[in-house]
Design a protein. Structure first.
Length: 193
C-alpha cells in the first residue's frame, strides 16, 4: 500500500453505516464512535465532504442517531426500508455510495471508504484509475482481504477498539484476572493433595 497523506489534501469520506454498525455489534457488542472514525479517516487533512448512508426504519427510532451524525459534520443520505411480499426486507446503499464516490472523485485528492465490503473493489480500482487515492477504514476482522489489498491505505479499527467503539471494555484485564484466579485455585488444590 502506498498512501500519501499531506495536510493540504482534499478528502471525502463515504461511510457504509450498516457495514460498520453490524461489524461493531457482531465483533465487539458495541456501537461505533463515528466522530472517531471521521477524525481518523480525515487524518488532519481538509475534509471536503463526509456522507453517511443510512436506512429509515418503520419506527423512526434512528432520528437521534441521525442528529448526532449531523452535529459532527456528516451529511445523512437516507433510504426507506423496502419490505417485499412475504416479509423479505432490503436496504442496500452500495450503488448509491459508488455513484457518489465517482461523482466526487475529480474534486478531491483522496476518498476514504468506511467499509470492508469486497463489492467495492471495482469502485476502488476505477477511482484509482482516475488518479484519486482510495483508502479504507473498518474493522479488519470483518473486511474483505481483497478490499484491503485494493486500497492505497487501510486503517484497521480492530487495532484500537477503545478509540472507535462506544462502551468498549478491554476484555484482556478480565482474562488476566481470571487467569490469576485460576492459578491460585490450582495452587491451592495441589497443596491440599
Amino acid at each position: 500500500m502506498s498512501s500519501i497523506r499531506q495536510p493540504e489534501q482534499r478528502v471525502a469520506v463515504i461511510i457504509d453505516t450498516q457495514n460498520l454498525y453490524h461489524s461493531a455489534k457482531n465483533l465487539h457488542k458495541c456501537k461505533v464512535n463515528f466522530a472517531a472514525v471521521l477524525s481518523a479517516a480525515v487524518g488532519g487533512r481538509k475534509l471536503i465532504r463526509a456522507a453517511c448512508y443510512v436506512v429509515n426504519t418503520e419506527s423512526g427510532e434512528e432520528q437521534p442517531f441521525f442528529e448526532a451524525l449531523e452535529k459532527i459534520g456528516i451529511e445523512i443520505k437516507t433510504k426507506d426500508l423496502q419490505i417485499f411480499y412475504g416479509g423479505a426486507k432490503k436496504a442496500d446503499w452500495d450503488v448509491g455510495m459508488a455513484v457518489d464516490a465517482i461523482k466526487i472523485a475529480p474534486k478531491v485528492d483522496a476518498i476514504v471508504l468506511a467499509t470492508g465490503d469486497g463489492d467495492f473493489i471495482p469502485l476502488v480500482e476505477y477511482i484509482k484509475s482516475q488518479g484519486c487515492q482510495v483508502e479504507g477504514i473498518t474493522f479488519g476482522r470483518s473486511a474483505s482481504s481483497k478490499f484491503k489489498e485494493a486500497v492505497d491505505d487501510f486503517i484497521d479499527m480492530d487495532e484500537d477498539p477503545s478509540t472507535f467503539l462506544i462502551g468498549y471494555r478491554n476484555n484482556k484485564r478480565k482474562h488476566n484476572k481470571l487467569s490469576a484466579l485460576q492459578k491460585q485455585i490450582q495452587k491451592a488444590t495441589k497443596s491440599k493433595k
